[in-house]
Structures are given as structure tokens and as C-alpha cells.
Write a protein of this length. Structure first.
Length: 257
């Protein structure tokens, strides 16, 4: 089997398996999904923070080198600004498409806007995973297999969180699963780009990682955390803190192993 076939096979396999594993959540009954959704949003907050600050940004800095750390920071700031503008545009569209006398976006509209952002950020992230898988296979087939397994392992908890965000934004189960699968399969695109132009793809990789981290940070801090603050009772607050910590811990453990 040629290197290209290995890359296509394992980027496809990784995208499908991570999305379907997260989709197991959809098999729950409607009342149980409703009960679990707030907890998964807390978990998703931790997973996004962990992925951005403990995985994507450190790898961006490492890949760019010490002399280019300021460029990574610049891309991070630019990414946050870009996603702020994107969310403004999405909220503006919702506000003018629906009855909105005060032009003040509701929490429901913000939840819908967060789905657009998470789909954009996840597409970038998965494409970058495809670049990493391709680079590994072009080095050694066994290294490619091991790298693919690692990517799948760390993608599953994050895809569960992303799916929860899509459902929280009002999407149907079918549409959420389809879009989650579609963004997962952008790893194939990343793998093909790396195969054709590995040098250029790897050169841009640190800065693309910074943009993906910016999206995850923005969604977690600007969209998810304010929603968590709507529940102020002590028991709910404790659950949120614990689940955010669990989300961070899962990302750390899966990335480490």
C-alpha cells in the first residue's frame, strides 16, 4: 500500500471513529440527554480550555521556535478578534432575521452563534491533525499508525464536547451528528495538503494551531462560561467546577498517552 493510501485510510478512519464515538451520546433518550447536556457543556468548557492552552499553543510555540513566539501571539490575538467579528455577524443576522425589538441578542441566539464558531475551529483543528498524520506516515508507516491512534484517542472527548455545544445551540440530533462528522473529515483535507506540499504545510502549522487555539478559547470564555453562570446555586457550581477540571484532565491524559 502506498503512503498516500495509508494517509487517506487513517485520516478517514480517525474522523469517522471520533465522530461516531461522540455520537453514542445521541442514543440516549430525550429526557436523559436534556439532563446530561448542562454537565457536558461544563465538560466541553474544560476540554476546549485544555486543548487550547495545554496542547495547541505549546505545540505552536515549539513549532515556531523561540524567535517567532511573538508571531504565534499575534496570530492568537488576530484569531480571537476574527472570531469576535464572526460572532457579531452571526448575531446580527439572527437579530434581523427574527423578531428582535431591542437588538439585544438572547442567550439562545448566542448559543446558536457558538455552533458556527465551534464548527470553524474544529474544522481547522482536524485539518491540522491530518497534517500531523500525513507527516508521520511519510516518515514511517508504524509511526503513522501510532500517531493516528493517538489522534483518535484525544479527539473523542473533544468531539463529545463539540456535539454537546451543537445540541445546546438548538440543532437536531441528525444535523449535529452530520456536521460533527463533516468537520471530523477535514482531517483528510489536511492529510492531502501535507502529502502534496509537506514543507509549506508544516511551515504554516504553528500559526494555524494558534488560530485554532484562539477559536477554542473564545468559545469557552465568551460563550460557554457566561452560560454556566446562569446557574448560581452551590451544588450546580460545584458540579461545574469539577466537570471543567475533568474536561481539562481528559485532554491532558489522552494527549500524554
Amino acid at each position: 500500500m502506498s503512503t498516500l493510501y495509508w494517509i487517506i485510510a487513517f485520516t478517514t478512519l480517525g474522523g469517522v471513529l471520533s465522530a461516531l464515538a461522540a455520537g453514542v451520546f445521541l442514543l440516549m433518550s430525550a429526557p436523559r440527554r436534556t439532563a446530561w447536556l448542562p454537565h457536558l457543556i461544563s465538560f466541553a468548557t474544560g476540554a476546549l480550555l485544555g486543548a487550547a492552552l495545554l496542547k495547541l499553543l505549546p505545540r505552536a510555540v515549539e513549532g515556531a521556535g523561540v524567535s517567532n513566539v511573538h508571531l504565534v501571539g499575534l496570530m492568537l490575538v488576530a484569531g480571537i478578534f476574527a472570531f469576535f467579528v464572526l460572532e457579531k455577524l452571526v448575531l446580527w443576522r439572527h437579530c434581523h432575521a427574527e423578531d428582535c425589538d431591542t437588538h439585544t441578542p438572547s442567550q439562545e441566539q448566542r448559543d446558536k452563534a457558538s455552533t458556527v464558531l465551534i464548527l470553524a475551529g474544529d474544522s481547522i483543528h482536524n485539518a491540522l491533525d491530518g497534517v500531523l498524520i500525513a507527516a508521520a506516515f511519510m516518515t514511517d508507516v508504524r509511526l503513522g499508525v501510532v500517531t493516528s491512534v493517538a489522534v483518535i484517542a484525544h479527539e473523542i472527548p473533544q468531539e463529545v464536547g463539540d456535539l454537546a455545544i451543537l445540541l445546546n445551540g438548538g440543532m437536531s440530533r441528525g444535523r449535529a451528528l452530520a456536521l460533527n462528522l463533516l468537520t471530523s473529515l477535514t482531517s483528510i483535507v489536511g492529510g492531502l495538503i501535507a502529502y502534496v506540499a509537506l514543507g509549506q504545510a508544516l511551515e504554516a502549522l504553528p500559526y494555524a494551531l494558534a488560530v485554532a487555539a484562539a477559536c477554542f478559547l473564545y468559545v469557552a470564555v465568551a460563550d460557554l462560561i457566561p452560560g454556566l453562570h446562569r446557574r448560581v446555586e452551590l451544588s450546580a457550581s460545584i458540579q461545574q467546577v469539577v466537570l471543567i477540571a475533568v474536561g481539562i484532565a481528559v485532554i491532558v491524559l489522552t494527549d500524554a498517552h
